[in-house]
Every structure is written in C-alpha cells, then in structure tokens.
Design a protein around this ligand. Sequence first.
Ligand code: 13P
Length: 252
Amino acid sequence: MRKKIVAGNWKMNKNLQEGVALAKELNEVLTADKPNCDVVICTPFIHLASVAQIINPDIIGLGAENCADKEKGAYTGEVSAEMVKSTGAQYVILGHSERREYYNETPEILKEKVLLALANGLKVIFCIGESLEERKANKQNEVVKAELEGSVFNLSAEDFSKIVIAYEPIWAIGTGLTATAEQAEEIHAYIRSLIEAKYGAEVADNTSILYGGSCKASNAPELFAKPDIDGGLIGGASLKAPDFKGIIDAWK
Ligand code: 13P
C-alpha cells in the first residue's frame, strides 16, 4: 500500500535559529501526538545538518529543496546530492515550478538531478504542474505528461519506486487559490494512469502522489479523502507548527 505523506517545503524562509526552533517545536508536537502519515520537512541547505540532530527520524523525515545537476567539483555555490545525503537528509524536492521558472531548470537538467539524487540514496519528491494559461487552454494533462516523460520516465521501475510525485498547479501556489478536490483528483488519477501505462499497475498503486498549492488545515481533509491524493506538499502552511500539524491531522 502506498504511503500517505505530508511534506513541508520551507522555500527561502527562516534563518538558522528560526528553522531550528520550528523543527524543535514540530518534533515535540508530533512526539506528543503521533502522526498517522509520513511527515517530511524540506528545508534550505543550511538548516539540514542542525535539523537532523533535532528531529526523531522515526517521526519526521528530512529533505532538501534542490541539489546540483553535477556530481562534484568546480561548481561554485552548488550543493551536491552526496552532500545533501551526508547531512542525514533522506529526501530532495526536484522540479519545483519555482526552480523551473526562476532558475531555468529544464527537463534535461532535472533528469540529471534525479539520477544523481537516486544514485546517492535520496528519495525524490518530483514536482509537476501546469500554469494558469495552460489550465485555461485545457492543456494540463499534456503538461504533466511531458514533465514526467522529460525527467523521470527514463528510470527503471525499481528506481521509479523511490519517486514521490507532487502535483502542484502553478496557479494555486501561494495564491490562496486551491484546485478543487475534484479537479485535483481528476489529474491525480490521470497521472497514476500514466504511471500504470509505463510501469504497470503495481508500481502505479504504490506511487504516492501529493497535492500542493494553497493546501491548509481547512481544505486538506477534503483533498486527502480522494482516492488518488496521497497527501500534500505544503509551502506557507508548513512554516508554523500548529498550521502544519492541522494538515497532518487531516489523516486522522
Ligand atoms: P503554498 O502551500 O504556499 O501554496 O506552496 C505550495 C508549494 O509550492 C509547495 O512546494
């Protein structure tokens, strides 16, 4: 049975002290009231090693928000998958629309990043999703199909099983606009059908597909009740422990 997951993406928020305090609070809250799902927090690189010391890995997983598309060497300012892994992190988010849009990450670059992350034992939370213009033109299915084909459908079935998919419609990210549970379910089911066509029913059944985009405690129960929505990738609402806990509790 596939995992239910609530993952936080802190993006470029929280200095080191603030991030450590948030991780500590979250660890305390979830130790006192154990979650019914896997919980992951994805933090800026600089937080990883400190946060890894604070959280109980049986309760909270840890991930980075990005990694380099090169193995090692003279790439000033970059952080490799191996470095991420060495902090104690188990996950990395790749393909986020903000990375694609603002940092020009192409399907080819993302393909390299995915391969390096997997080679270094990281699980990948791979993000896909359409823009508002693409949704208006009813092109969302084409877009997510191309994103999967461009960066992860080259993997073996064994490697693909280490991928979590996050469907994040760009028009819903940080805008307060959420896809309706029906809209999200429709495309999640489509994504699962693509995985089934490529890797077969067992792999498709075992792949967790998360929804992301203005997900909060008030709309999470309705979204998570859908059969093909296996949890959420949470931005803004992951920055305060009570808000994040409210979403985690949607699985109870
Ligand atoms: P918000 O939850 O702030 O809309 O962000 C979603 C997101 O981009 C998570 O990766």
